[in-house]
Each structure stands twice: as C-alpha cells, then as structure tokens.
Design a protein around this ligand. Structure first.
Ligand code: NAD
Length: 247
C-alpha cells in the first residue's frame, strides 16, 4: 500500500469543490465479475467481446449473443465489494457528488450509492425491439437457461438487454454524466483502462485527475495522482485516511 499516494489522493478530495468518480469493470472484479482487459482473467483473453457483445452479433447471431451474455453477466448473483462500499462512504461524507459508471452490473446501486449515472445501461431490464415493451432481465435469462431464444410474448419480435452494445448510440444517461463531469473539478477514476470511447472522455473535462487501477492506463501521464493497486484495498485505505476510521 502506497501511504504517500493515498495521502495525496485524500488531499485532492479535501481540496475539491465537486469531485465525481468514474468507475469501470475493474471495480467489480473483486465481486467475481471479469473485466475486459486484465491479462489472463479479462474477457479479451478468451474471446473478442466486440464479436459477442455488438448490435451486429445480436441481430445476426441472437442465440450465440444471448447464451454468452447470460453466462457472463446476467446469472451470477454478484454482491458489492469493499471498493463499492468505500465509494458509498465517500458520497455520504460529501467527498463525491456522483458516480459515473461504465459498468452494467448495478453494484453501485446495490451498495447504496445515491447519485449514479450508468452510461452503458444496466442489467435490470430487457425490451422488445418491436413494440418497445420492457420486462425484467431475469425472465429473459430464464428463457435462455431453458434453451429458448427470448422473444416478446406480445408481438413476437426479438428482445435486447438495456445495455449499450458495441455499435449502439449512447443513452441519455451519458449526457447527464457529461454535464456532471464538466462541472467537476476532480475526477477519480477507479478500475478502468480508459480505453473505451466515448466514456473515457469523461475523465478529461478540465479537471484534476486521480487514477486507482491495478495496471497502468493510457492516462497515467496526465493524472495528478496514480495508484496501481486493488480498488477495494486502496479505497478502503482512502476512506480511513479521510475519516480517521480504523485508526
Ligand atoms: P477494462 O477491462 O478495459 O479495464 C479494467 C481495468 O481494471 C484494467 O486496466 C485492470 O487493470 C483494472 N482492474 C482489474 N481488477 C482490478 C481491481 N481489483 N482493482 C483495481 N483495478 C482493477 O474495463 P473498462 O475500462 O471498464 O472498459 C470495459 C467496458 O466493458 C466498459 O464499458 C465496462 O463497463 C464493460 N464491462 C462491464 C463489466 C461490469 O459491468 N462489471 C464487466 C466487463 C466489462
């Protein structure tokens, strides 16, 4: 644990008038959900997510799309970890005004964070591509587990998850997140390689930048503080430094 860097990060948060966190898949690996780009364990180590998680894959190979999607994202009953819980504390204590997340797993909500922008959608619901009807993801994943292709019970059209796939437009939450990032004077990135556009632009809106990530990122050189380590351990230590808890 790099105590000096934690101290510097705590200082940045104390000085900030309006800080937001920008989280990525790395904050959820400690909850058992694989990210994309970690060497060995990331999904890119086995498949090309673009091939499996794109609009084109859903339209042209829906069986393959749904089987993979449910296997990786929709079935595990993941729980928030120490990193998610530390961000709840930082929001409660007034150090963070919002969490912008690239994640679809819903773990910030489950942990208790209040102001969360899900810029890549979420796993709570699916909708019909024909009539627009919405229903819980669990129903669709149940159909997939039973070997069926999810289709709309009303109009018979195909179904898609309410997440942003490669090839999709960004949802309205992205505009809200963009405004939140623009008004922030500090962005704390946690668990993101910052290589997915346009979400990575949210880190660079004339603000100070802090990065907590296990591996180096493309933006390390531009950051005011960089900590290479586990999100859970680092953010827990940060909360202790800021609040005196556990000392
Ligand atoms: P990424 O896979 O590109 O990068 C994740 C980064 O997190 C890596 O650089 C890795 O070093 C770091 N990391 C892994 N475990 C960590 C830990 N315990 N502590 C600290 N850092 C850790 O992820 P991305 O930048 O978020 O981009 C991938 C895209 O796919 C995003 O849209 C993402 O939300 C989505 N995705 C989401 C989930 C999810 O909802 N949990 C999972 C996989 C991918």
């Amino acid at each position: 644990m790099n105590d000096e860097a934690i101290g510097r990060l705590a200082e940045l948060l104390r000085e900030a008038r309006n800080a937001v966190a920008l989280t990525g898949a790395g904050i959820s690996t400690e909850s058992g959900i694989p990210d994309f780009r970690s060497p060995q364990t990331g999904l890119y180590a086995t498949i090309d997510p673009m091939e499996y998680l794109s609009v084109d894959a859903l339209n042209s190979r829906p069986e393959q799309f749904w089987k993979y999607f449910v296997e990786v994202f929709a079935l595990p009953k993941a729980e928030p970890n120490a990193g998610h819980l530390a961000l709840v504390r930082l929001e409660e204590q007034g150090y963070l005004s919002a969490i912008i997340t690239q994640n679809i797993d819903g773990l910030h909500h489950k942990a208790g964070s209040q102001r969360v922008f899900e810029v890549h959608g979420h796993l709570r619901t699916v909708h019909c591509t024909g009539c627009g009807r919405t229903w819980p993801m669990e129903d669709a994943s149940g159909q997939v587990q039973a070997g069926e292709l999810p289709t709309c019970g009303e109009c018979g059209a195909g179904v898609r998850p309410d997440v942003v796939l490669f090839g999709d437009q960004m949802p309205p939450a992205f505009q809200d997140a963009f405004e939140a990032a623009q008004s922030a004077d500090l962005v704390l990135v946690v668990g993101s390689s910052l290589s997915v556009s346009p979400a990575n632009m949210l880190a660079f809106q004339r603000n100070r930048l802090a990065i907590v990530n296990r591996d180096p990122t493309v933006a390390d050189g531009a950051a005011d503080v960089v900590i290479h380590g586990s999100a859970g351990e680092t953010l827990t230590a940060l909360v202790e430094e800021l609040t005196g808890a556990g000392t």
